[in-house]
Design a binder for this molecule. Sequence first.
Ligand code: SAH
Ligand code: SF4
Ligand code: F3S
Length: 437
Amino acid sequence: MMKTRNFYIETFGCQMNVHDSEKLHGLFVKDGWQSVTDPEQADVIVLNTCSVREKAEQKVFSRFGRLVRLKRKKPDLVLILSGCMAQAWGARLSDRMPFLDMIVGPGAYWHIPDFLKSYAKHTPNIIAIPEPDEIFTLSPDDLPLSETCSAWITIMEGCNNFCSYCVVPYVRGRERSRPSEEIISEIQSLVRKGIKEITLLGQNVNSFKGCPGGFPELLYQLNRIDGLHRIRFTTSHPKDVSKELIHALAELPKICEYLHFPAQSGSSKILSRMRRGYSREEYLEKVAMIRDAVPEIALSTDVIVGFPGEKEDDFLQTMSLLEDVRYDNVFAFIYSIRKGTKASAFDDDVPREVKSKRLEMLIHRQRQISLDINRTGIGKTLEVLVSGPAKRGDGKMQGRTRHNRIVNFKGEYRAGDLVHIRIESASPNCLYGKIAD
Ligand code: SAH
Ligand code: SF4
Ligand code: F3S
């Protein structure tokens, strides 16, 4: 009998990368491989990587630095770097990490199991980094979906926006969409497998062009799928949020009242240098239109601090954006120079300590706002989709509200149950409650 071969995948970066890893996992299993959670047990190790900030890349270098020790003990171990770093760095990665057996970009990761069939030890390493131009999809029958009620589905990939700081258009290629019929039938099979909630993924979902009416029309079609309870999507580019999309948000019961709406900065001057395609005023107008249509909607955002040319006053405008919008959640990052982007030619003139101080100030203020918002939930009864046991155990379960707030509560439930919880207390990240009678 042939020995089973074990694979181990570790993922860095955004939800699309996590979903790509799920698809790769499915392909390995389909080919007879066994998934392991301990890299020491693995015959093949894949790190699916991210290039969006320098820190993300450093993590991967240091992780491989540790994993190469396993290879010294077990020379047949195959080490693979996949994802956005492969695209950004190309063959230069073999100079830095000569022990890598394969370097595979986001436009080819699904060939990894096949590469392994023909890969012989001591052959030169395999480098596959074609310009990403298709969207790989795996049948829901082969996706690892056990013990979950939520699934991701890629509806579009790539980006044509070329914000001046961002590497994503270079590593994920140009925008392309899947046909809506394909998306609908895939979601129908996911629902048959017990999935209650789907998150539509794309670098810029509202540029979706897989059906004549674009993204809003897709939402109308998905809202008609029986057995599906909740629809989420990420990410929406503010410049492309249309009246039609806002109308769909207001009208369609299955679309959750939550929108990730990345502002990046509160200063029009910085927004223009970032090439975001909107000013502070235009952004706030869209927020007002959205809140007008869906008053209870929860908003979250991404923010970059310390962008080249960001003066104290620009930063204070980002701080005041937090007050004007009152986001549920803010993902804040220190600006990181990315080779090849437009902004890499700008003078990175904000000192490191100033960047860190700004980040800290922003996070500190946002924690207070998140806590205030979460506290308004106390006393309310909210619908929660149970995702499983709570992270910090003590017998509690965890789930999310339609507004994407995490709720911890006691009770014997399974992932996928929809329950009503009466909220009793709140922290900045989480609500706590009891089953409502
Ligand atoms: N498509 C999404 C963003 C993908 S990258 C959008 O347009 O919003 C996720 C986040 O990383 C971005 O929203 C941005 O806030 C941050 N980011 C991207 N490039 C960065 C850089 N060079 N330095 C710091 N943060 C960056
Ligand atoms: Fe990057 Fe801008 Fe495209 Fe988002 S829209 S992926 S931030 S270039
Ligand atoms: Fe990172 Fe690539 Fe996603 S650069 S953020 S993993 S698209």
